[in-house]
Structures are given as structure tokens and as C-alpha cells.
Design a protein around this ligand. Structure first.
Ligand code: FEO
Ligand code: CA
Ligand code: CA
Ligand code: CA
Length: 636
């Protein structure tokens, strides 16, 4: 691919291209599922699954969402930000923002200064804040604040500004590209009223695509994990495409490997891809990163098992800079979005996990051992059972265990070929599960199903059909929705749950049918493609979008990507922030005193039309921003 990366296909388009051409499928259910907007509004007598949007008999939620009474009752005490297409960050009156850190900023004083003209070198990038910041978590320790931030992927035109069309050309370009991926661990502080990174802190650390890490869990040492460089299958080199994240109660950071497939290629164009490679979108062509040019482990024809070592959750101890990260294969291998950790009432640790690809699944891990306050909890994610969700149309659902008995696969095979295992037990194909967030006030969990243009159109990469229905009610779903479920008996380890849809995004200015969205979406607060999701300490739900920012046709009036806040009790949703041009808003964390909220602004100007945050004529840079109130009060 000799195209500028910024003009490259998106991850999903790349997958569709490399995947064997699926047959078009006609679903009879399509017509039935095309319910009317009237259906949402009546909230009970609707046709099909959308009867279960807010205020259903299962979850008695919605009061009137508009009008004086709800304003008086609102817990969202700020003036909503209007949708816009400006090249800046907009927050409500009474709030302010500043940049905390940007791609390329040195973490150490011996590192060269950021060079916007070239995008730096391999060496400078290894000592600097990574690109495309995404999920993050803050760790407070002895009055110090350590932020772990994912660096998902790269903006070729800026990172490789030293090359024509942003194409990595030399071994050092590949080194730089690999170093721009992974995780940045950095101490942060507010000094003289301004947030910034603490240069040379002993906690500062870069974890990149070349950092050694231990493989743990069922896949450790399995034949499928053995490679040329690691004949025992126990040490993997690096992590990349780190999307969402998690944070454990025992003080570790979880980083989630998402579109790991797009970095592999084959120099032998006749190399026969296995069905398992195809299921994960691994193909002869990479997505333009060209890592195989300088590192043969990315060449499938030379090291075909290397991809089996990626697509996992990685656990990092941010307070021990020399501790090796651990790949937790018990949590499965797929395109991991985030990892939402709950300690169930019975002490088992539950991790909710989404696989972000059209028609893939939603998972739950339950640890074998129990969390003990003050005990040694370091290896709770090493052993346990993985489950996959099955949603029934009648608002009920079940977690299906992935075991040797239910799948006919060994524990190691389940860990490595998790998608195949989930297909075997008949899990529900979802509209791209992105972040999962668990309500701190009750046993209730939310997941963004960001969008799925293939819903009701074609099967997933494993051939599982994707009929419209249940929590994925709309064919050609361009807007997305948020599903929520309550485990039976308020027990996160229970086999059953009830579910409903908290919101269906849409555009009521353009449509008056199902694509208008649910009743808590209106012309003033509308959005598309919910992605990031997190609860604050008050139990309010922060929703971030990674969607279509064309502001045209079906997306007219929705402006740039944004962050909204929702009240899970009333269903009320208000827009809190609008990002700069061509960005997505993703990932969040709060300062120890909760007067500051940190948010990732990722890939501003991904198509070339932004100079945020440094202003006219400068290269756009992914950055973490710090948002606070003018009056210094808590923000969430
Ligand atoms: Fe990296 Fe599914 O977002
Ligand atoms: Ca992203
Ligand atoms: Ca995401
Ligand atoms: Ca997304």
C-alpha cells in the first residue's frame, strides 16, 4: 500500500477488504425489525425489540425527559454545548480546558525536543509521549499522580513527515512507528495552576511494540504460541493498537490490544492463510505500517505463529517501572476494546470485554480465585472462565461458558481462537461492542454498540448471521446504541441477566423512523457512534463518540465528535464537549481530587484538516486535555 496512511482505509474497511467476500444475505427479519420511531415513543406497544428502549417493563426508567419538571430534577447542571465544527475544544460555560500532553512531548530531559518538521526519530519517539492517545487511568500514590495512557496507532503524515506521503521507508522509520504505539506511563502534576507532565519522574516509562512481556494463562507455552525467537512460547515482544483500558482494585493498569492484525503481512504472496488468520482479519497486506520491512516476525510466511501472541489484555504495574507487563490470555484473544473490572459480591473478579468488529461478541471473564482486600491479588487474571453473551428478544440473556466441554477446544485453544469458540456456542453477534462501563451504584452494566452498517446485510467474519433484533435492532445501523444489562440477583457472576437499550443514537432532524433514535435523543443532543464510556463517582455516565463528523446528510447537525453526560436513572443526555476537526474523543480519567477530568483527543485532522492544538499552520497532534471548573469544584 503506497498510500499516505491518513488516506488509508479505516480498520474496518481494511478488514472487509481482506476478508473473503461474503455472500449477501436476505434476512426475512429485516422488514419486521424496521420499527417506527412511534414505537420508541409509545414505550411499550412498539413493534419488535425496540419496545425495550428505555422505560420498558423490565427497567422502569424514563420520566418525561423534556420540560420544566425534568429541568428542575436534572442532575446534569450545566448548559449544553451546541454541536459545532470548529477546530477547537468547546466546553460549557464555567468550565475550561488545557493541554496536558501531546504526541511527541519528551518524557525525559535527555530526549531531543519534539520536531514537527520530521516527526522525530526512532530514538526521540522512544523517549516521548506516544501517538493517538486513547484509554487511560490515573494512579494516585503517596500524593503523586501517575497516568497510564494508551497509544493506539499513528498518524503517518505527521509521524513520518520526513518521508514522501508519510510512508515508512527505513528501519528507523519502523522503529519510530513501533515506538509511537503502546502505552505511555507518565507522572503528571498541576503546578502554578497548570497541568503538565513531570519530566524525569522515576515512574515515566514507555511500553512499545518492542517491550518484552510475559505470556500468562492457558496459552502460555502452547505450541501455537511458539515462534522463531521464542521457542517456548512464553515471552511476547510488545503490545500495539492499544485501544480502551481497565483499572484493577489491586492497582494495576489493563491495556487492550484491538486491531492487532493490520501490522502483519506476507512477503510470499502465495502463502496460504489459515481460516483462523482470516477470522482475525490477518492478510497478505498490512495496513501500511510496513513493520515486516525491518522485523521479520511481522512476515507471516516467515513466522506464522507470531500473530497468535497478540489480541490480548495486558496487565501493567505502573508503580514498578521495571516490572514486566503480563499478557492475560485467560481473558481471550480478539479485538479488545476495554476491560471493565468489577469485584462481584462473592469476591470473584469479573471483567467485561467487548470485541470491536462488526458482528463479533461481548464477553465476561470470571476469576477462579477471589479478591482479598490487602491480600495478594496479583494473579487473579491468570485463571478463570470466559463467557460470551447471548441476548434473547424478550429482554433476557445468558452468559455461555467457553469450556472444553462446550466448545470441543482445549483451554489454550479457547484463549487463542476465542472468536471460534464463541461462534460454536451460539453467541449473539453484536453491532461492534466498544467500551463497557459498570454502574458504581448498582449491579448494572452498559456497553456502547457503536454502529454496524452490515447489520442485516451480511454475516461476520466467521460466517455467523447478523439478523436485526434484540439489542441490535436496526439494519444498516449507522448510528449505534447503548445496551445495558442487570445480572440476576445483582450478582455479576450469575449466569442470567435482563437487558434493555439505554439509548439509540440517531438523527431526528432527518428521520422520523427508527433512525431518528430513541426518545432521549433530540435535535439538540444528538450524536452518532457512541464509543468511550465511563461512570463518574456520582453515578453519571460519560459517553464519547468516534463517528461520522461530515455534518452532512444523515449526520447533518451533529458536528464534530463529542462527549456527552447521561443520567442512567432518567435517561437524560446532554452534550458536554465538542472536539476539534476530524478527531475522536476517547478515554477519560479523573485527578485524585476529582477537580480535573482528563480526556483523550485522538487523531485531530486525520484527513488533513486541523491544526489543533498548536494553532494555524502547525501539525495536528493527538493530545490529552485537562478539563476543570472555573470555580475549582469537583467535576465528576
Ligand atoms: Fe479502538 Fe474500537 O476502538
Ligand atoms: Ca481510536
Ligand atoms: Ca474505541
Ligand atoms: Ca470506534
Amino acid at each position: 500500500m503506497s498510500v499516505k496512511q491518513d488516506q488509508m482505509l479505516g480498520f474496518d474497511e481494511h478488514d472487509e477488504l481482506v476478508r473473503p467476500a461474503p455472500e449477501m444475505v436476505e434476512f426475512e427479519e429485516t422488514a419486521k425489525s424496521m420499527v417506527s420511531r412511534r414505537g420508541f415513543l409509545s414505550g411499550g406497544a412498539a413493534v419488535g425489540a425496540t419496545a425495550f428502549v428505555m422505560g420498558s417493563t423490565t427497567f422502569a426508567a424514563g420520566k418525561a425527559l423534556a420540560g420544566e419538571e425534568s429541568n428542575k430534577m436534572s442532575r446534569l447542571a450545566f448548559d449544553m454545548v451546541k454541536a459545532n465544527t470548529m477546530d477547537t475544544v468547546t466546553v460549557p460555560q464555567g468550565y475550561k480546558w488545557e493541554v496536558l500532553a501531546s504526541w511527541g512531548e519528551p518524557l525525559f530531559s535527555n530526549a531531543p525536543a519534539f520536531n514537527p518538521a520530521t516527526g522525530g526519530t526512532g530514538e526521540s519517539q522512544e523517549l516521548a509521549f506516544g501517538d493517538h492517545n486513547d484509554g487511560m487511568a490515573l494512579f494516585s500514590h503517596n500524593g503523586r499522580q501517575i497516568l497510564c495512557v494508551n497509544n493506539e496507532y499513528t498518524n503517518a503524515s505527521t509521524l513520518h513527515a520526513n518521508r514522501t506521503d508519510g510512508v515508512p521507508t527505513t528501519a528507523d522509520d519502523v522503529r519510530k512507528n513501533k515506538a509511537a504505539h503502546g502505552v505511555t506511563v507518565v507522572e503528571v502534576a498541576r503546578r502554578d495552576g497548570k497541568w503538565g507532565i513531570v519530566k524525569d519522574s522515576e515512574y515515566n516509562r514507555r511500553i512499545t511494540a518492542d517491550t518484552e512481556m510475559d505470556i500468562t494463562g492457558p496459552a502460555r507455552g502452547h505450541d501455537l504460541m511458539k515462534t522463531k525467537a521464542d521457542s517456548k512460547g512464553v515471552v511476547a515482544k510488545g503490545t500495539w493498537n492499544n485501544c480502551g483500558n481497565g483499572q484493577t482494585p489491586w492497582g494495576t493498569y489493563l491495556t487492550c490490544e484491538e486491531n492487532f492484525n493490520g501490522y502483519f503481512s506476507s512477503s510470499d504472496k502465495n502463502y496460504e492463510l489459515t481460516p483462523q488468520m482470516k477470522r482475525y482479519g490477518i492478510s497478505h497486506e498490512d495496513r501500511g505500517y510496513k513493520w515486516a520491512m525491518a522485523d521479520s516476525r511481522f512476515d507471516l510466511s516467515k513466522d506464522p505463529q507470531e500473530p497468535n501472541r497478540f489480541g490480548y489484555i495486558v496487565e501493567i504495574d505502573p508503580l514498578n517501572p521495571t516490572a514486566r507487563p503480563k499478557k492475560r490470555t485467560a481473558l481471550g484473544r480478539f479485538k479488545h476494546e476495554n476491560a471493565e473490572v468489577e469485584v462481584a459480591a462473592n469476591g470473584h473478579v469479573v471483567v467485561y470485554l467487548g470485541d470491536d468488529e462488526r458482528g463479533e461478541f461481548l464477553y465476561r471473564f470470571v476469576s477462579k480465585n477471589k479478591f482479598v482486600v490487602g491480600g495478594d491479588n496479583n494473579d487473579l487474571l491468570e485463571e478463570g472462565t470466559l463467557y460470551v453473551a447471548k441476548f434473547n428478544d424478550n429482554n433476557t440473556g445468558m452468559w455461555l461458558a467457553l469450556t472444553p466441554k462446550s466448545t470441543g477446544m482445549s483451554e489454550a485453544e479457547i484463549a487463542i481462537y476465542t472468536r471460534e469458540a464463541a461462534s460454536k456456542v451460539g453467541a449473539t453477534t453484536m453491532d461492534r461492542p466498544e467500551w463497557v462501563a459498570s454502574n458504581p451504584n448498582k449491579a448494572e452494566v452498559y456497553c456502547c454498540l457503536t454502529n454496524n452498517k452490515n447489520r442485516g446485510v451480511k454475516p461476520n467474519a466467521g460466517g455467523d448471521e447478523t439478523p436485526a433484533g434484540g439489542p441490535n435492532p436496526r439494519v444498516k445501523n449507522n448510528y449505534g446504541q447503548i445496551v445495558r444489562w442487570r445480572p440476576e440477583g445483582q450478582d455479576h457472576t450469575a449466569p442470567k441477566f435482563n437487558w434493555d437499550l439505554f439509548v439509540m443514537a440517531g438523527n431526528p432532524a432527518v428521520y422520523d423512523d427508527a433512525y431518528a433514535g430513541s426518545k432521549n435523543v433530540n435535535k439538540d443532543n444528538m450524536f452518532n457512534s457512541p464509543d468511550g464510556l465511563k461512570f463518574d463517582s456520582k453515578g453519571l455516565l460519560w459517553i464519547q463518540t468516534d463517528g461520522n463528523y461530515s455534518n452532512e446528510k444523515g449526520f447533518a447537525g451533529q458536528g464534530n465528535n463529542q462527549m456527552l453526560v447521561a443520567d442512567p436513572e432518567t435517561g437524560e443526555i446532554k452534550r458536554f464537549l465538542v472536539g476539534p476537526k476530524e478527531c475522536e474523543i476517547t478515554g477519560s480519567a479523573w485527578s485524585a481530587d476529582r477537580t480535573t477530568m482528563f480526556v483523550s483527543v485522538q487523531h485531530p485532522g486525520e484527513k488533513g484538516d486541523s491544526s489543533w492544538p498548536n494553532g494555524a499552520g502547525s501539525v495536528p497532534r493527538s493530545s490529552v486535555i485537562a478539563i476543570s471548573r472555573e470555580d475549582g469544584e469537583m467535576i465528576g
